[in-house]
Write a protein that binds this ligand. Structure first.
Ligand SMILES: NC(=O)c1ccc[n+]([C@@H]2O[C@H](COP(=O)([O-])OP(=O)(O)OC[C@H]3O[C@@H](n4cnc5c(N)ncnc54)[C@H](OP(=O)(O)O)[C@@H]3O)[C@@H](O)[C@H]2O)c1
Length: 392
């Protein structure tokens, strides 16, 4: 009989395999599976990827062959009992003679949650659920938010000084940027190389990135995933831009025009259908950029809640907001943020015109829970939740 620690070792391996699906499984969940025989030998493993179609446990069963009979399946998520893009995995596990299933968590989809375990138990398979559950829930929090509410998980990411400033005043910025040879201003000035490399890991974990046009005008960023890891769909670059001020010569537009990956989506407002807007819209579209008009919020800007519902329709399960101050303020005030990832550099900026992390009206104190602290060279980061992604 395997001991607890042996079970946990195999579940850790299943979670590792599931993580290999980051960038490749969305809009479906990350799933990794390990099959071990009665002597504790691994006889099959699998990782789910959307393009590979087959589920992790089916891949593991195929590798195990006859050795699956009497063996244990370790998996981070409940096996499916229903026909989806593929037949029910529970049937394949029963047919292969799996004796025991050890899973971290139930499927977060309320329509199917628990049904897989029920079917396995009804076939006489021993099922154990709940070990390493917290780790497993964090891994699939984007999928959970999306499948339960139809909107992506929203992470608000920012890099700031210890006094909570995300950029100096425009005049100070000009002076500093003269001394910085490359790229946008904020990213290169505040945090160090290790933290900046980590931002690309976060981008890699997200389906979309979202900024206000103010950041494009100030920093001219590319907003791409430069983690170097494979992804099935390019990171969708979303820009909030009420009156289409997005410069055609910006690096964002130029890269979209050169690469034609259909990976830039601009939201403007539907109230202002002026001729100049129409011309700019047509110009951007000719360069391979999607432009969508959406209803305005009370400030006359694209309404963030509506935008998130639209991103959900596009099968975007996670989006990272990368600021500036105005968009950060709107996102917090409109309660769309699920979690924050805030990088701090050991610097104090001060200055009268320097930009705070968030600005604008209507914001009330938000409690950040379940904190995780990270260290990146001289910088550190605070990760925490404003809302449970598994809640309503
Ligand atoms: N340190 C960091 O992590 C970091 C990250 C990003 C940016 N920054 C800094 O932040 C500064 C830019 O901040 P910012 O406040 O000027 O600009 P921003 O937040 O990037 O963009 C704000 C603009 O977005 C447009 N917008 C459209 N819909 C919106 C909505 N629903 N809510 C809010 N804005 C909406 C508005 O312009 P329209 O009314 O024309 O649509 C608004 O003025 C730059 O200096 C940049 O360096 C720092």
């Amino acid at each position: 009989m395997p001991t607890d620690s042996v079970d946990e070792q195999f579940l850790h391996r299943a979670l590792e395999l599931a993580r290999e699906g980051i960038g490749l499984a969305s809009p479906n969940p990350y799933v990794g599976a390990v099959i071990a025989d009665a002597a504790g030998n691994v006889v099959g493993t699998g990782t789910y990827t959307y393009s590979g179609v087959k589920h992790a446990e089916i891949l593991a069963l195929a590798a195990a062959g006859n050795r699956a009979r009497g063996a244990t399946l370790y998996i981070n998520l409940e096996p499916h009992a229903h026909q989806g893009r593929t037949p029910a995995c529970t049937d394949a596990l029963i047919a292969a003679g799996i004796h025991r299933v050890v899973a971290c968590m139930a499927d977060p989809n309320p329509k199917v949650s628990g049904l897989g375990f029920e079917k396995l138990r009804a076939a006489g398979i021993h099922v154990e659920v709940g070990r390493l559950e917290e780790e497993a829930r964090r891994l699939n929090e984007g999928f959970a938010r999306y499948i339960r509410n139809g909107v992506p998980l929203v992470t608000l990411k920012s890099a700031m000084t210890l006094d909570g400033k995300i950029a100096p005043s425009p005049a100070e910025a000009r002076e500093l940027s003269d001394r910085i040879p490359t790229g946008g201003f904020s990213g290169t000035w505040i945090t160090g190389e290790v933290a900046r490399a980590h931002v690309h890991e976060l981008r890699h974990q997200n389906d979309a990135i979202l900024v206000g046009v103010g950041t494009i005008l100030a920093d001219n960023p590319l907003l791409t995933d430069r983690s170097g890891r494979a992804r099935r769909r390019p990171l969708l670059r979303v820009i909030l831009d009420s009156r289409l001020r997005l410069p055609v010569e910006s690096r964002l537009v130029q890269s979209a025009a050169a690469e034609r990956k259909n990976d830039v989506l601009v939201f403007c407002v539907s109230a202002r259908e002026q001729k100049s807007d129409e011309q700019k819209k047509a110009q951007l579209e000719a360069l391979g950029i999607r432009v969508e008009r959406v209803p305005a919020d009370t400030d006359g800007r694209p309404d963030l809640s509506g935008i998130l519902r639209r991103l959900g329709e596009l099968e975007i399960t996670s989006v990272m907001i990368e600021g500036g101050s105005t968009v950060n303020g709107t996102a917090l005030a409109s309660h769309v943020v699920d979690k924050v990832f805030l990088y701090y550099a050991p610097k104090i900026l001060g200055g009268t015109g320097s930009l705070p992390f968030a600005r604008g009206a209507g914001f009330q104190v938000a409690l950040v829970k379940r904190l995780h602290l990270h260290r990146f060279g001289e910088d550190f980061a605070v990760e925490g939740y404003l809302r449970d992604p598994y809640g309503e």
